[in-house]
Design a protein around this ligand. Structure first.
Ligand code: FDA
Length: 283
């Protein structure tokens, strides 16, 4: 049974790109940059993976046609990572050829911990070939991330730092919030000292305030890093950060395969469940 889209519309801009364009334009008009994400994950056959690459290429085309201030975010499991690593890398490179030709940017989202090493391996190959047109994501909660951040920062890679949205066991990831916040701060410091523009993706005021203070105390200009938040969450805060002179970008997911993303948003924060329930009652 497919759930009706109106339940997800607080967190998902539309079921198609066309449906999402007015929302994307409205955010751009508020000076917020975007990263558009065509939803979906874990594609199991090569035909579907190739079609997904075509859809991502059409998304890059659509961004140019509508003059949107937007990069794109993609998932390697949608491009065949679970099927064949080299096939997935070739698919990514086909997309990056287009991004490079038109001076656009592709970020490789990070998925569950079984994908971390293959994602970083493919990212490293892509970074060597396409440089500033590609970036990836590090999940601060993973025990391995301290080392990964050091290696990626040394190369000057474009990294979005997040806490981590996937449930992982304690042998793989930190479990309590204070420890995750501490790891996040330490990893941010490394990125800020070595990379041109770290992206800080969190809605957490404690971290946001700490980052602002840390940057000020170190005399780091406000445009040397970027705050990122998810569509439908804390838009007023993003506008305010932008007015204060910080760089800001909203992650805008769209597409008919919205259920796994929607479920992650509901499980990570109980208040999100209330948003959905209130949507139901307003309907
Ligand atoms: P968290 O849910 O930990 O909440 C901490 C505190 O922040 C709360 O107690 C509250 O005080 C405040 N807060 C949180 N949400 C709020 C709200 N809506 N309003 C007011 N206060 C709020 N994950 C991943 O594994 N791979 C990825 O590629 C990405 N990509 C990504 C991109 C972007 C742009 C973002 C913002 C996030 C991701 N994530 C992700 C998800 C990320 O890993 C994480 O699961 C969520 O951001 C939730 O963690 P937070 O730090 O945002 O707040």
């Amino acid at each position: 049974m497919k759930l009706p889209f109106f339940l997800a519309k607080r967190f998902v801009a539309g079921e198609s790109f066309t449906e999402s364009v007015p929302k994307a334009e409205a955010l751009n008009q508020k000076n917020l940059k975007l990263t558009l994400d065509l939803l979906g994950e874990n594609v199991k056959n090569k035909k579907k993976a190739s079609e997904t690459v075509d859809s991502y290429i059409r998304l890059l085309d659509g961004i140019r046609e509508h003059n949107l201030q937007s990069s794109i975010s993609i998932k390697l499991t949608m491009m065949g990572l679970d099927i064949d690593r080299d096939f997935c890398r070739d698919n990514l490179f086909r997309l990056l050829d287009v991004a490079q030709k038109h001076d656009q940017f592709v970020r490789i989202d990070m998925e569950g911990s079984d994908c971390t090493q293959p994602t970083l391996d493919i990212f490293n190959e892509a970074f060597a070939e396409y440089g500033r047109h590609v970036g990836t994501v590090i999940q601060a909660m993973l025990h391995r991330s301290k080392k990964d951040i050091e290696e990626l920062a040394e190369k000057g890679a474009d990294i979005r730092l997040v806490k981590g949205a996937y449930k992982e066991p304690s042998k793989i990831a930190l479990q309590d919030m204070p420890a995750i916040r501490e790891a996040f701060k330490e990893q941010f410091k490394v990125l800020l000292s070595k990379t041109p523009c770290p992206r800080i993706a969190t809605h957490d005021d404690e971290l946001i305030e700490w980052m602002k203070q840390y940057a000020e105390q170190e005399n780091i200009p406000k445009d040397r890093f970027e705050f990122q938040m998810l569509y439908g969450l804390r838009e007023d805060t993003m506008v305010q950060l932008n007015e204060e002179g910080y760089q800001t970008r909203v992650y805008v997911p769209f597409g008919s395969d919205w259920l796994p993303y929607f479920t992650r948003r509901l499980t990570e924060r109980k208040e999100n469940i209330w948003f959905v329930l209130s949507t139901m009652f307003k309907k």
